[in-house]
Design a protein around this ligand. Structure first.
Ligand SMILES: *[C@@H]1O[C@H](CO)[C@@H](O)[C@H](O)[C@H]1NC(C)=O
Ligand SMILES: *[C@@H]1O[C@H](CO)[C@@H](O)[C@H](O)[C@H]1NC(C)=O
Length: 384
């Protein structure tokens, strides 16, 4: 949307007028919010060289030029604050609920500081927000339900905090959201239904549990990256999962999944490039249909409970560059293609029950399991 020329001229005149007459330019509502914001930060956590130290309210925050006061941290357009991006100076304090008065804010970025306490639910008043980044602070409490009312939000990054509790059931209602990062928190419960425009989902290193439910991912045709490692997901990863049409990278390592179903991609179309399912409890054979994903270049199923032999197709697959299958109970002779082909594959087939894995190949290290361990796994004592 373009501002009409006449209106622009008027705004310009208004700005000149304010500057010349020394009157307040910034909207009073925004000034009071900024004052509240600064006063909720511990003064001894504001270094003299920092942005916040230059916030001196004897001058107007949006007045130009900014030689000594309000030198950084804020963007105005022209009388309202549209961006609050703090420097990582180690500011410590709570985020004031009065932040909600900055109703024209498009970007709020407080990353790499020491903000603590709850994310104020009133943040839902910031309906113009595109980017909300509170990464690497010490925010606690749960992700407020009201955050999901931010309909224009494109990117939400609350990673590396101490957020707990379960995720809002209305998470899906953030209809513009393309990037969601809640990694490295203490979030519990199951995955909610997710916003359908999502491209990147990251919730690594939390306490999420339960199944990876189809209902959470229904209609997510654009999702490219799924990073859910280091949680407590259980059960079967069903065949719909790798058929998500946009899917490229998946990391579900360090969970407690017990089975993986994977079918051939529809009409051979798949953008899947990298899959990490290491450190789970996956039983059964190495799923041969992974080889039908034409771009797959990196696959890890290390430290699971895989049995059976390694299908020949994996050694014939040109796209495959990294293959980690160590720490399973794979048997038989590994396909010779792994050791003779021109294509270079890195990774490991070690710590299995393989026979004749050439010790000269880096793929065969570490060494295979002891015969007795393998014998017991295959027909030794039945599992309780
Ligand atoms: C997947 O996540 C684990 C744990 O966070 C990490 O160690 C591993 O490098 C990741 N895998 C890939 C392929 O990036
Ligand atoms: C994944 O789990 C394994 C086995 O429990 C552990 O040794 C490893 O440190 C974990 N990796 C990460 C990145 O947490």
């Amino acid at each position: 949307m373009q501002t009409p020329p006449l209106l622009r001229l008027l705004l310009l005149l208004q700005i000149i007028c304010f500057v010349v007459l020394g009157q307040s330019l910034t909207s009073p509502q925004d000034i009071s919010a900024l004052k509240a914001f600064k006063s909720s930060i511990k003064p001894n956590s504001i270094p003299p060289w920092s942005c916040l130290a230059s916030w001196d309210f004897t001058t107007d925050p949006c007045a130009f030029p900014r030689r000594t006061h309000f030198t950084c941290g804020l963007t105005c357009s022209p009388t309202r604050i549209t961006q609050l991006t703090l420097d990582p100076a180690g500011y410590s304090g709570q985020l004031t609920p009065l932040i909600s008065q900055l109703t024209q804010l498009v970007i709020l970025d407080l990353s790499d500081n020491n903000f603590f306490g709850p994310i104020p639910p009133s943040i839902s008043s910031l309906t113009s927000l595109h980017t909300l980044t509170l990464r690497s602070n010490s925010f606690s409490g749960s992700v407020p339900d009201s955050v999901t009312k931010l309909n224009n939000l494109d990117s939400l990054d609350l990673s590396h905090n101490s957020l707990s509790g379960s995720l809002p059931k209305t998470t899906y209602s953030m209809s513009s959201l393309r990037r969601l990062d809640l990694s490295y928190n203490k979030i519990t419960g199951s995955l909610p239904k997710l916003p359908y425009n999502l491209l990147e989902l990251a919730m690594k290193n939390n306490y999420l549990s339960g199944l990876i439910p189809k209902s959470s991912f229904d209609g997510l045709t654009r999702l490219e990256v799924i990073e859910l490692s280091e949680n407590s997901f259980t059960g079967t990863l069903q065949s719909w999962f790798f058929l998500l049409p946009g899917i490229q990278q998946v990391n579900l390592s360090n969970n407690s999944l017990t089975r993986v179903e994977i079918s051939k991609p529809v009409k051979g179309n798949s953008d899947l490039v990298a899959v990490d399912l290491g450190f789970n409890k996956i039983e059964g054979n190495l799923p041969v249909n992974f080889a039908d994903h034409p771009l797959l270049s990196s696959l890890s199923m290390r430290y699971n409970r895989l049995r059976g032999s390694i299908p020949l197709v994996f050694s014939q697959k040109k796209s495959l560059r990294r293959l980690f299958l160590d720490g399973n109970f794979l048997i038989g002779k590994p396909p010779v293609g792994f050791f003779s082909g021109e294509g270079f594959i890195s990774g490991s087939l070690g710590d299995n029950c393989l026979q004749g894995c050439p010790g000269s190949s880096q793929l065969c290290s570490p060494s295979q399991k002891a015969y007795s361990v393998c014998k017991q796994a295959y027909g030794g004592k039945p599992r309780s």
